[in-house]
Design a protein around this ligand. Structure first.
Ligand code: PMP
Length: 423
């Protein structure tokens, strides 16, 4: 029987991998997927959007029409930068947040995840510094790690990045002779922290980045999901020359077509297009055309509105359940997006606790997933996007049971330690 047939994990090429391949790590979230997809488990772990209310029948007719009427174009390769009519439509989506964008500077990508990869490929050599919020998006940290970046986390409070800590971190890295390549930030409805950067902080941060010559990689998939319909001017509108901006249809429409985009100053845009062409030749034409048809033919603003209301209901259910069942914890109050960031009582470890939580049929993502360094043990990311409100409440109730048992154990342990101290 050949090695392939046996499905063995014996790796004949162990000595052949590039150094960067050794840095690839399975995301803590994806590792959880097989467990949390069991129907009896309430998953507060993954950030899957709830697309239950999409008008699927209408989308099906639209897809059929697209293939019947424009099939030869839809089934063909397209240009590396992305299809012109979609890039035009993307600028209308960006305008909803107050961005005056030029379609010439839009690069369509396979989800904004590919844009994260391309930007990192363009700028990062092993050991180069990327500044990121503390905590930061697990999927971005995975990319940064794969390119062997040195990620330095910057402290945040309820207004976003703390300017003094930004300056301290920049000076520290430079005093070590490090090259800082960019600041990666999610100013709106942060994943995982659930907070947004205040307007004065945005101004201040942009000025500091100009002063210290630091490029900004602004990741904004949730910006249109403010629960009161509110939007906050993205950094790219404040300083288009300093920012590479990433957008996505995954949360405001659906992730299935895997269409996102980068918006960059022309010189960076040109490099992104070449890098994307060498990675994928062109983004999916059928996906781009389907999204363009959706934006043209449907009330996509109304769809976003109904998403906002649905997610607001789930956020409320989560916060109410936390107040009822877990008053010993602290959590952020998200005004949009999918997540709240929970701080456990002293002495509890979210990573250790996870197997106990799963046996109580609730899953979450431990805070450790959101740091390049060994941090976040006392934190949990709770996602309220996917389960319905009653399940969210039940999930938090189960989580509380685990937390309370854990607190008892910590107390008992402390008591025993004290006892020994008197021995
Ligand atoms: N950035 C952030 C902050 C995200 O939360 C996600 C999705 N979880 C992405 C980027 C990637 O989104 P996509 O590739 O689906 O556009």
């Amino acid at each position: 029987m050949s090695v392939r047939e046996k499905g063995t994990h014996l790796d004949l090429w162990q000595g052949s991998y590039a150094a960067r391949a050794h840095n690839l790590r399975e995301s803590e979230i994806r590792a959880l997927f097989s467990v949390v997809s069991r129907p009896e488990v309430v998953s507060l772990a993954g950030g899957m959007p709830n697309i239950h209310d999409l008008p699927l029948a209408k989308l099906a007719i639209s897809a059929q029409q697209l293939v019947l009427e424009h099939g030869e174009q839809a089934m063909q390769y397209g240009g590396g930068q992305g299809w012109g009519p979609l890039r035009e439509a993307i600028t209308e989506v960006m305008a909803e947040e107050g961005i005056h964008a030029n379609p010439d500077n839009v690069v369509v990508t396979t989800g904004s995840q590919q844009a994260l990869d391309l930007v990192t490929q363009l700028f990062i050599e092993p050991g180069d510094v990327i500044l990121a919020e503390s905590p930061s998006y697990v999927g971005a940290l995975g990319v940064f790690n794969a390119y062997q970046a040195d990620v330095r986390h910057i402290a945040v409070d309820e207004q976003g990045i703390i300017p003094a800590d930004f300056v301290r971190t920049v000076k520290q890295a430079r005093s070590e002779g490090k090259r800082i390549k960019y600041l990666y930030t999610i100013p709106n409805f942060h994943n995982p922290a659930g907070v947004s950067m205040s307007i004065p902080r945005r101004q201040e941060l942009v000025e500091l980045c100009r002063k210290y010559r630091v490029l900004i990689l602004e990741d904004n998939p949730y910006g249109l999901l403010g629960f009161e319909g509110q939007t906050m001017t993205p950094l790219v509108e404040l300083a288009p020359d300093l920012v590479v901006y990433l957008g996505s249809f995954s949360k405001i429409f659906a992730p299935g077509f895997r269409i996102g985009w980068a918006y960059a100053p022309p010189a960076v845009r040109d490099k992104l297009v070449v890098a994307s062409e060498s990675a994928i030749l062109s983004p999916s034409m059928v996906g781009q055309m389907a999204i363009q048809a959706y934006l043209r033919d449907y009330d996509w603003r109304g769809q976003i509105d109904s998403y906002r209301q649905m997610y607001r209901g789930r956020r409320d259910a989560m916060l109410e359940a936390l107040a009822d069942y877990l008053p010993e914890c602290r959590w952020t109050i998200p005004e949009g997006g999918f997540y709240t960031w929970l701080t456990l009582p002293e002495g509890l470890d979210s990573k250790d606790m996870l197997t106990r939580a799963v046996s109580e049929l609730v899953a979450y993502t431990p805070g450790t997933a959101f740091y390049a360094s060994d941090n976040g043990h006392q934190n949990i990311r709770l996602a309220f996007c996917y389960p319905p409100e009653d399940e969210i409440r039940e999930g938090v109730r189960r989580l509380a049971k685990v937390v309370h048992r854990e607190m008892e154990l910590v107390k008992l342990f402390a008591f025993q330690q004290k006892g020994h101290a008197h021995d």
